[in-house]
Ligand binder design. Structure first.
Ligand code: NAD
Ligand code: IPM
Ligand code: MN
Length: 351
């Protein structure tokens, strides 16, 4: 079982090191290949996603990804910026379905930005489309007839893109509590009107799933008013990006939310995927050794589950993480003083 490890920039390096320790401790025949991505890859190879990194990705069953993003690179041409590494991998590997679970851990109710009784009901999954939307449409800078600078980014989805992510949403709901909430902005956007129409058409194949629709502004509000109402949320690339960061703080910290990005490519024991925390390179705390590695460790658990078919080991890792939190071992993001390595040690001890 071959895993590509792309740690990237900033705290990406720090959190990935802890997730690797966890994977290495499991009784599995894993081999690890590394690759450069992001600002560090640009500085070394002149490109955030060098061809040799893509080659490594294609040779493996899964990718464990840290984070990319480097303030030194924020003024580069867009196609050379660190973020293009993750966007490029998602696109090149056809990873269109991004699963971002958010669940309250027992013992963390007090760390949520919400009241404990509201937060304790959180058990939701955001299914975010990852290969389209305003992220991948035509974009640029131009000058208007009046001589003003104008930036533009085209938002679009074709029906096949919506259908495949809708199916992913319905299938996820079938495995959970049978509820799917599709989030869009159909009252204003044509892209969202097509989204809604196609989701409704797709629902015919899933009579066992209860489908609802919600406008994204209301969804942002409902996520803090009553997050317990959501089971699976299916939404576009941009809305899913924003709502998932918001969901993280409902649970307690962005340092806790994992993700799996999946497509159609199969491995010997499951589906090829890229696994990463939902957070970024956190330049404000990079190098201090205080980042919370749990989101990346939980991403490694998703990797075991979806790409390697190792449900038992995945559950073991998740239980060890839950135990660390139940035991009150918190990093600075949760109001505690455990550093990155101490949290990694604590997970290993509980495995
Ligand atoms: P960020 O997620 O990196 O950080 C936001 C805030 O959360 C910061 O205050 C940070 O210190 C904190 N935080 C994030 N992860 C944490 C963790 N594990 N433990 C403790 N605290 C944590 O978002 P940002 O600051 O908006 O972006 C920084 C850079 O990361 C940008 O270049 C951005 O493009 C990039 N980014 C990359 C990814 C990715 O690689 N998938 C995701 C998001 C942002
Ligand atoms: C994420 C990040 C990325 C996104 C950026 C870094 C391109 O915010 O994975 O959530 O917007 O998808
Ligand atoms: Mn994001």
């Amino acid at each position: 079982m071959k895993i590509a490890v792309f740690a990237g920039d900033g705290i990406g390096q720090e959190v990935t090191a802890q997730a690797l320790r966890v994977l290495e401790a499991l009784p599995l025949p894993l081999s690890f290949l590394t690759g450069d991505v992001g600002g560090m890859a640009y500085k070394k190879h002149g490109h955030p996603l060098p061809p040799e990194t893509l080659t490594v990705a294609r040779e493996c069953d899964a990718i464990l990804f840290g984070a990319v993003g480097d303030p030194d690179c924020d003024n580069l041409a867009r196609d050379l910026r660190p973020e293009q590494a993750i966007l490029g991998l998602r696109s090149a590997m056809g990873l269109f379905a991004n699963l971002r679970p958010a669940k309250m851990f027992p013992g963390l109710e007090g760390a949520s930005a919400l009241r404990p009784e509201v937060a304790s009901a959180i058990d939701l999954l955001i299914v975010r489309e990852l290969n389209g939307d305003v992220y991948f449409g035509e974009k640029g800078m131009r000058t208007t007839d009046a001589g003003l600078r104008e930036g533009y980014d085209i938002m679009s989805y074709d029906e096949s893109e919506v259908r495949r992510i809708a199916i992913a949403g319905f299938e996820a709901a079938q495995k959970r509590r049978g509820m799917l909430c599709s989030v869009d902005k159909a009252n204003v956007l044509e892209t969202s009107q097509l989204w809604r129409d196609v989701v409704i058409e797709t629902a015919a194949g899933f009579p066992d799933v209860k489908l609802t629709h919600m406008l994204v502004d209301n969804a942002a509000m409902q996520l803090v008013r009553n997050p317990g109402q959501f089971d699976v949320v299916v939404t576009g690339n941009l809305f899913g990006d924003i709502l998932s960061d918001q969901a993280s703080m409902c649970v307690g910290s962005i340092g806790l939310l994992a993700s799996a990005s999946l497509g159609e490519r199969k491995t010997a024991h499951g589906t090829f995927g890229l696994y990463e925390p939902i957070h970024g390179s956190a330049p404000d705390i990079a190098g201090k050794g205080i980042a919370n590695p749990l989101a990346t460790i939980l991403s490694a658990a998703e990797l075991l589950r979806h790409s390697l078919g190792q449900e038992e080991q995945a559950a073991r890792v998740e239980q060890a993480v839950a135990k660390v939190l139940a035991d009150g071992i918190f990093g600075a993001d949760l109001g505690g003083d455990a550093d990155t390595a101490t949290i990694g040690d604590a997970v290993l001890a509980r495995l």
